[in-house]
Ligand binder design. Structure first.
Ligand code: KG4
Length: 342
């Protein structure tokens, strides 16, 4: 008898259409169609994103099945991102996933996108992969829409102990990049420039927020005002200093993120610390994690680059755990756009 569980995962919360197949918690395929159409607008245009999802969803699922070497009839369930995200984008993936599951007469499993990012640490590339963190662990979840410190007690028991009260870290990086005229998305551009710059060249204001919470809107404004003054004196200021500006803004953001994470680790006594979300691709942040591991005796978990940004592998593996618990979704459960963990 074959007891293997095959899950198709689908992710369509923002501007990536992604499909993945896992056999139990082992990844067989992970196919993503990214949408270049937004680059010209300096940000994601929701209407265009939903149309692109509609075009991409069938070929991406087809490709994921082919690469996994299984037929759709072998699937045990379909897992999909229910939210949070852009409503038009979510509706495409959610409707497709429900229709697909119903046509195959298999269960549908809703997955919270943020839970998925944390669960990226449980994607196995081989059966004998033992790199997942033990429970409980802390996860710094940083993306374009979120900046949170999550205490992860179990795959289905995650407590947000700190979060941004305004902008997310990725949003701040993207906005700073935009005002410098560097392009979108700013994260990878700032990261690349920062590697050649001096992180102490410029100082920007840091927030003073109680507890484990974050704030990035003050930093964004401080950067904007400073830049305006500098450009008044030298119209080519950005061109002359872009590496140092990028390094200084990145260093400030990393400093803010790590300060609260250190505090959370100290107060909870938890030393297994993971990183997740799009901003976890940042080299400055990854280096800070490594330095903290050495200095504070943390065991750190840094995802592979391919699992940092939005991907369906994290949705499929979360779906696997929910499948084992029989935690299925009803066909009329609607997507949700607001940030929440439950
Ligand atoms: O998780 P994600 O793909 O989408 C959301 O769910 O938000 O995160 C996207 C964010 C963007 O703000 C992008 O600029 C940022 O992640 N990002 C980076 C890097 N790569 C992507 N930020 C800093 N350094 C990077 N290398």
């Amino acid at each position: 008898m074959n007891d293997n569980i095959y899950i198709l995962g689908l992710e369509s919360s923002c501007d990536d259409t992604s499909a993945a197949i896992v056999r139990n918690d082992v990844l067989l395929s992970n196919v993503t169609a990214s949408q270049k159409v937004h680059e010209a607008y300096g940000g994601v245009v929701p209407e265009l994103a939903s149309r692109a999802h509609q075009e991409n969803v069938v070929p991406v699922v087809d490709q994921a099945l082919k690469q996994a070497g299984i037929s759709k009839e072998q699937l045990s369930a379909v897992a999909f991102t229910l939210g949070p995200g852009l409503m038009g984008s979510l509706l495409v993936g959610v409707s497709f996933a429900k229709g697909f599951a119903r046509s195959l007469n298999i269960p549908m499993i809703d997955v919270n996108h943020l839970q998925g990012h944390v669960m990226a640490h449980f994607i196995k590339e081989q059966e004998n992969d033992t790199s997942s963190p033990p429970y409980p662990f802390l996860c710094l979840l940083v993306s374009g829409g979120n900046s949170q410190i999550v205490k992860v007690n179990a795959y289905n028991d995650m407590e947000v102990i700190g979060q941004t009260i305004d902008d997310a870290a990725g949003e701040a990086i993207d906005k700073c990049s935009k005002v410098m005229g560097l392009g979108y998305p700013g994260g990878p551009i700032i990261d690349k420039l920062a590697r050649q710059g001096n992180p102490n060249a410029f100082q920007f204001s840091e927030p003073n927020i109680p507890g484990f919470d974050y704030s990035f809107s003050g930093l964004k404004t401080s950067f904007l005002y400073h830049l305006r003054d500098w450009v008044k004196d030298d119209p080519d200021f950005v061109e002359h200093h872009k590496e140092d500006l990028a390094a200084s803004i990145e260093a400030t953001i990393v400093k803010i993120l790590m300060k609260k994470l250190r505090l959370a680790a100290k107060e909870t006594g938890i030393k297994h610390i993971a990183l997740a979300g799009g901003v976890s691709a940042n080299n400055g942040l990854r280096n800070a994690f490594k330095e903290h591991a050495e200095k504070y005796g943390w065991t750190i978990y840094i995802p592979k680059f391919s699992y940092t940004t939005d991907n369906a592998a994290m949705i499929a593996v979360t779906g696997y755990y929910k499948y084992k618990d029989g935690d299925f979704c009803k066909i009329d459960k609607p997507p949700f756009s607001k940030i929440t963990f439950k």
